[in-house]
Design a protein around this ligand. Structure first.
Ligand code: ZN
Length: 461
C-alpha cells in the first residue's frame, strides 16, 4: 500500500468522500483540461472517414512513428537489426519483430522517447498479473486524447457523456475495510461520480449499490463487466427495484451474450462493450448496431496466424498492435495475448472503421476472477495437499471452476472443503467450485500435462 493509500485508509468516510472530490478536481483537469475539446472535435470529424482515408492516415502516422522509434527510442534502436531499421524507414511493419510483454515489463523506460521531456508524465500500471506490472507512461495530452476518444467513440455512441453523473466499478480500493457494513462507494462531487468497491459486492449488499445509484441520480455506468453482471443477478434474485440508467459501458473482461442478457433484464437499459487496454494499445467500441469497431487512429491492428501470416476475415488469430496514439512510449507489434477475428460483414451504421468479432480471451491459461483479476500459477492451490497425487484446475466460466484430482489414500470430505475454500479465497465466494475425483488426468495430444485450463477463450456463452 502506498503512503497516500495508507493515509486515505485512515480517514473517516466523510473525509474519504472529500479527499476523492479534491483529488477529483486535479484529476478532472488532467483529463479534461486544455486540448480536450479540440481532440473531441477531431475524433468526431474522423468518424466519417472512408476506408481509404483511414489507410492513408495510418500510412502517414506509421512512417513518422517508426522513424522516431529508430532515432529516439533506445529499445528499438538497440534491438532492431540494420535490415529491420531499413524496413521501418520504408514503413514496412511486417518486417519488424513481434514485441513480447517481458521487455516492456522489465524496462519500460527504454521504450520512452529520449527527445521528449513531457511535463509530469502519468504512469498507469496493468493490474492483476503477478510479478512486476507493466508501467505505461502517458503525456498529459495523450491522456486527454484517450479520454476524448472514449467520450466520442464509446460514451458518445451510447448517447451519454462524461459530463453526466456516472458510476464506476474499477480496481480502486475505495473502501479499504473488508468487513465494512457500508457505504461501499465514495462520491466525487466535482464530477458527480460514484466509485464503487468491486470487493464488497454480495447478495446482501447489492441493495446498497442500487440505492447509491438512485441517491446520486446516476445516469450511466462503466467499468468491470463482471461486477455489473453480478449486481444484475442480485437485482433479479432479490427483486430489487432497478436503478434508472441510460446505458452501461463495460470494460476489462469479455461481455458474454449470457451476461449481456441478464444485465439488460436487470437494468432495463442498453449494454455496450468496450475493448481496450491500460496500455491504450487498442480501442474497440460498440456502435448502435452492436458491432465492435476498431479505432484505426489508436493503433494498427494485425490478426495473425501462429506462423506470422495474416488471418483471413472470420478466422481467429492472435491480436498484435502498433500504437499510433501513444507516441511517447510507442509499442511496435506488441503481442496483446488476445485472440480475435476480423468480421467480413460491413456494419449497417456506415462507419468504415474495421469491425472485429468478439475477443476470445487470453492465449495464456490464466484464471480470471469475477472482479476481473487475473491469476497465473493458479495450481498453487494444490501446494501442501498431502492426499492428492495430481490436480487440475479448469475454469469453465467466470463464476464456475472445476477441479479434477487424482486422490491418494486418506483423501476425504475435508480435503474437498479445503480445495473449495482455497479457490474461493483467491477468487471470490461467489465462484462455484466443483471438485471431481478421477483416476487419471488426460494429457494433451503432445503429451503435456496442463495444470490450469481456461475454457473461457473457447466458450462464449
Ligand atoms: Zn457500426
Amino acid at each position: 500500500m502506498s503512503a497516500s493509500d495508507a493515509f486515505y485508509a485512515r480517514l473517516p468516510v466523510w473525509a474519504q468522500h472529500t479527499a476523492l472530490t479534491v483529488y477529483g478536481v486535479y484529476w478532472h483537469y488532467l483529463r479534461f483540461g486544455p486540448g480536450f475539446k479540440h481532440y473531441v472535435q477531431e475524433y468526431k470529424e474522423s468518424e466519417v472517414f472512408s476506408k481509404k482515408q483511414w489507410q492513408d492516415l495510418q500510412t502517414v502516422q506509421l512512417r513518422r512513428l517508426l522513424e522516431d522509434c529508430i532515432k529516439y527510442v533506445p529499445y528499438y534502436r538497440e534491438n532492431w537489426t540494420e535490415d529491420q531499421k531499413r524496413a521501418a524507414l520504408n514503413g514496412n511493419l511486417r518486417a519488424l519483430p513481434l514485441l513480447e510483454k517481458s521487455p516492456l515489463r522489465h524496462s519500460p523506460r527504454s521504450f520512452l522517447r529520449e527527445d521528449l521531456h513531457p511535463f509530469h508524465p502519468q504512469i498507469f500500471f496493468t493490474s492483476g498479473s503477478t510479478g512486476t506490472p507493466i508501467s505505461s507512461y502517458y503525456t498529459i495530452p495523450e491522456l486527454r486524447r484517450s479520454i476524448a476518444l472514449r467520450e466520442v467513440r464509446s460514451v458518445g455512441w451510447a448517447d451519454v457523456s462524461f459530463s453526466m453523473p456516472r458510476a464506476t466499478f474499477s480496481g480502486r480500493l475505495v473502501e479499504p475495510d473488508p468487513q465494512s457494513q457500508g457505504p461501499f462507494y465514495r462520491y466525487n462531487a466535482w464530477e458527480k461520480q460514484v466509485y464503487f468497491s468491486a470487493f464488497h459486492l454480495r447478495p446482501d449488499t447489492a441493495h446498497q449499490y442500487v440505492e447509491a445509484l438512485k441517491r446520486h441520480k446516476i445516469e450511466w455506468a462503466t467499468g468491470y463487466a463482471v461486477s455489473y453482471y453480478l449486481l444484475a443477478r442480485f437485482i433479479l434474485e432479490k427483486n430489487i427495484p432497478p436503478p434508472e440508467l441510460k446505458a452501461i459501458i463495460t470494460t476489462s473482461e469479455k461481455l458474454t451474450s449470457n451476461m449481456r442478457s441478464v444485465m439488460e433484464q436487470a437494468y432495463r437499459c442498453r449494454i455496450y462493450e468496450e475493448y481496450s487496454t491500460v496500455e491504450n494499445a487498442i480501442f474497440a467500441s460498440e456502435c448502435e448496431h452492436g458491432r465492435l469497431h476498431i479505432s484505426p487512429d489508436v493503433a494498427v491492428v494485425e490478426i495473425l496466424r501462429p506462423d506470422g501470416s495474416s488471418c483471413e476475415a472470420d478466422e481467429p488469430g492472435e491480436v498484435v498492435v502498433t500504437t499510433l496514439s501513444r507516441t511517447y512510449q510507442p509499442l511496435i507489434r506488441f503481442r496483446l495475448g488476445d485472440v480475435a477475428a476480423w468480421d467480413s460483414q460491413p456494419c449497417p451504421c456506415g462507419r468504415e472503421m474495421p469491425v472485429i468479432k468478439e475477443v476470445l480471451g487470453r492465449v495464456e491459461d490464466v484464471i480470471v476472477g469475477p472482479d476481473g483479476r487475473q491469476m497465473v500459477r493458479f495450481h498453487g492451490v494444490f501446494v501442501n495437499q498431502p492426499h492428492i497425487l495430481e490436480g487440475q484446475i479448469i475454469q469453465e466460466s467466470l463464476i464456475f471452476i472445476r477441479v479434477k484430482v487424482v486422490p491418494i489414500k486418506g483423501f476425504d470430505e475435508q480435503d474437498v472443503r479445503d480445495i473449495v475454500h482455497r479457490v474461493q479465497q483467491r477468487l471470490s465466494e461467489t465462484v462455484k467450485v466443483e471438485v471431481e475425483t478421477v483416476s487419471e488426468i488426460p494429457r494433451t495430444k503432445a503429451g503435456k500435462f496442463q495444470a490450469v485450463i481456461s475454457n473461457i477463450k473457447n466458450k462464449i456463452e
